[in-house]
Design a protein around this ligand. Structure first.
Ligand code: GTP
Ligand code: MG
Length: 289
């Protein structure tokens, strides 16, 4: 029996959270076409033929001067040290430079290189890209294609991962799909709803805190606070006649109900906390870094 921790690493927007959700067959991680969607790591537990893989989804690696982003990157790098195996993800569109940068970080754990979004290009382009990565073959344990759109890629990847995991009894109950607190997942879903419903700039200076979850037999009630930097952002989040915040609430409710299979009520309030995204202590407090 095997059980171990696998960090999913790669640049922002590579498709890390999407890969986790696909392998879980359940959506627990925030996904967005916008950059830097994942801010906090989230764990997904996948059972494969008697072995247990605990995936750690991490914030994307990217260069940034912003305090929040720097702390996000250091979380990702920390997670590479804490795992048994790394899955480095690059999209089929990316050149090899991100992977080369990853190698310069001198990862101390074995890694599988996964090229994802292969559904978006022709087979010949996939082969051509694979041959470009071949020159790094002494570094990776395996090089594999992936796409969230085609299930056929899942089994070979899971098999390859299990081969490289240590013998160990299960770390978690095999019935669980995550050991991340459900509040944290609700929080990610509310943040995803904000990414979906507001223009580019605002989500990055915004975060969500779940204040209270009341689990009744027929409904889950979630009370959360959206924090943002400026009064003007607050009024944009609320929108004319409260229309935007209503849309955010509906969107979040759907994401959460899909996961819990129960009716969900979401109550959101918005507060302004000036400068929070530049304040290291505040960010650490909000994110449990
Ligand atoms: N066509 C296609 N799109 C994908 C695939 N995987 C991810 N995407 C899309 O790529 C975008 C980014 O996906 P995410 O999973 O949020 O990427 P990420 O690496 O977690 O990004 P960060 O959290 O910002 O670091 C989203 O719009 C996804 O829908 C795939 O296999 N095929
Ligand atoms: Mg992500």
């Amino acid at each position: 029996m095997k059980s171990g921790f696998v960090s999913i690493i790669g640049r922002t927007n590579a498709g890390k959270s999407s890969l986790l959700n696909a392998l879980l067959n359940e959506k627990i991680a925030i996904v967005s076409h916008k950059q830097n969607a994942t801010r906090r790591k989230i764990n997904g537990i996948v059972m494969h033929e008697g072995d247990q893989i605990i995936f750690i989804d991490t914030p994307g690696l990217h260069k940034s001067d912003k305090m929040l982003n720097q702390l996000m990157i250091s979380e990702a790098i920390k997670s590479m040290g804490d795992c048994d195996l790394i899955v480095f993800l690059a999209s089929i569109h990316d050149d090899t430079s991100d992977y080369e940068k990853f190698l310069t970080l001198n990862p101390q754990k074995p890694h599988i290189l996964v090229l994802t979004k292969v559904d978006e290009v022709k087979n010949e382009a996939v082969l051509a890209k694979f041959s470009k990565y071949q020159k790094f073959q002494t570094h990776f344990a395996a090089l594999m294609p992936f796409s969230t759109k085609q299930k056929t890629y899942q089994k070979p990847l899971l098999e390859q991962i299990c081969k490289l995991l240590p013998e160990h009894e299960y770390f978690f109950d095999p019935e669980f799909i995550t050991n991340t607190n459900e509040r944290e997942i609700f929080r990610e879903f509310i943040l995803e709803a904000i990414y979906e419903n507001l223009s580019d700039e605002i989500p990055y200076s915004t975060d969500v805190l779940v204040d209270k979850v009341v689990d009744k037999t027929d409904i889950t009630e979630i009370y959360a606070t959206i924090i943002t930097e400026r009064e003007i952002h607050k009024s944009m989040i609320i929108g004319k006649n409260g229309e935007t915040i209503k849309r955010i609430g509906i969107h979040a409710r759907k994401l959460i109900a899909n996961l819990t299979g129960k009716k969900v009520f979401v109550k959101l309030v918005v507060v302004v906390k000036k400068g929070w995204s530049k304040d290291e202590n505040m960010i650490k407090k909000i994110n449990n870094y």
